[in-house]
Design a protein around this ligand. Structure first.
Ligand SMILES: [Zn+2]
Ligand SMILES: [Zn+2]
Length: 371
């Protein structure tokens, strides 16, 4: 089970945004993977906690529902490169209640991360030459109806992102052009630079900026993607919403994030699910809770009352002499369990409504009853 986000940042549950920001800055500096003694997984953890707690809406959801199931964005196994980390925010060119936009962060300087995390929605504008080849993850939000969450649904979303270039099949080479050794690095994929500093000369080995570490380069770069093997285009993606999903849950689609450079592995797509409440149904875990008002006479003499469930109307038999506050369980009429077979129940709490206006006749009858 994942650790509590407040614990990760070492702040109290009621911490102010300022305290959260301070705690994040301190921890991020401490654990930044580029630093000596840095810890990438710890850094991701901190970042993930911060992403949620620094956003008032997400924090509210987190306080209410706890950690989303599945892997939240940024925690995917091996897929995230902190030099080129992307996340979604704001509005983007999506339809169907789908919102996203991509921001790329330059994690070379921690000062920038903090700034960018606060002002996300804009591009950092700078990219490192030694950019990693793997595609980055995308995080997005999707709003679905209550019934879609209960019974599951399939949706197709339009996502504008880096996709493999169809012209060169992701190779970056213009079809038919020769592939040769990179001249810049002599086919090594790495270049060495000597840097003079007050402490002496430093040998600095970096990924070759021309072949991006591949050692080979094509004679003619693909005209469509300028040799990158990928380009920004919208892609239709089928999203299967599993029955029983709940507000705040996350769906992970492996490999559906941004395509990598020249066929390198793609990032993952994380879709945070927001469920629109239904006025008729109150969901608690996988159970549906509802109230039913009956009259004094119905409670005393018994009756058959229609109840609207997720599967439509059923008839609830009220036994004669029923007491107020009784709870009836309509078995298996609740929400399907997400990760196991079966369903929750529908619980109906019955309240007896005492009449407030009685005719003289009714009053007389009740008085007789009371004697
Ligand atoms: Zn191409
Ligand atoms: Zn090279």
């Amino acid at each position: 089970m994942a650790k509590d986000y407040y614990e990760i940042l070492g702040v109290a549950k009621g911490a102010t945004q300022d305290e959260i920001k301070k705690a994040f800055r301190k921890l991020a500096h401490q654990h930044h993977p580029d630093k000596k003694g840095g810890d990438e997984s710890k850094f991701k953890e901190i970042n993930q906690a911060y992403q949620t707690l620094s956003n008032t809406q997400k924090r509210q959801k987190y306080d209410q529902f706890g950690q989303a199931y599945g892997q939240p964005a940024g925690a995917g196994p091996g897929g995230v490169n902190w030099d080129d980390f992307s996340r979604a925010s704001g509005s983007g060119p999506f339809g169907g209640g789908f919102q996203s936009g991509n921001v790329e962060y330059d994690f070379g300087d921690l000062g920038d991360i903090v700034g960018d995390l606060f002002g996300f929605g804009r591009r950092s504008g700078r990219r490192r030459a030694s950019q990693s080849a793997a595609g980055v993850d995308i995080q997005a939000e999707m709003t679905i109806d209550f019934r879609e969450a209960v019974f599951g649904q399939e949706r197709v979303i339009d996502l504008y992102k880096q996709i493999n270039c169809s012209h060169c099949q992701g190779s970056g080479a213009e079809p038919g052009s020769k592939i040769e050794n990179c001249k810049t690095c002599g086919g090594q994929g790495q270049v060495e630079r000597v840097q003079q500093t007050v402490l002496g000369a430093f040998r600095n080995v970096t990924t070759c900026p021309d072949c991006h570490g591949e050692g080979k380069i094509s004679e003619n770069k693909c005209k469509e993607c300028r040799g990158e093997g990928r380009k920004k285009e919208s892609e239709k993606i089928k999203v299967k919403i599993p029955a029983g999903i709940n507000n705040g849950d996350t769906i992970r689609l492996a490999g559906k994030g941004e395509a990598g450079v020249r066929g390198a592995g793609g990032g993952d797509l994380y879709i945070n699910i927001l469920v629109t409440p239904d006025p008729n149904f109150n969901r608690v875990h996988d159970d549906i809770i509802s109230d039913l008002d009956v009259s004094f006479t119905q409670a005393a003499l018994g009756d058959k009352v229609p109840i609207v469930t997720l599967d439509g109307e059923v008839v609830l038999k009220i036994p004669a002499g029923m007491q107020s506050g009784k709870v009836f369980k309509l078995k298996d009429k609740g929400v399907p369990h997400l990760r196991s077979r079966g369903r929750g129940d529908h619980l109906v709490t019955v309240n007896i409504v005492t009449p407030t206006h009685l005719t003289r006749q009714q009053k007389k009858l009740l008085e007789e009853l009371g004697n």
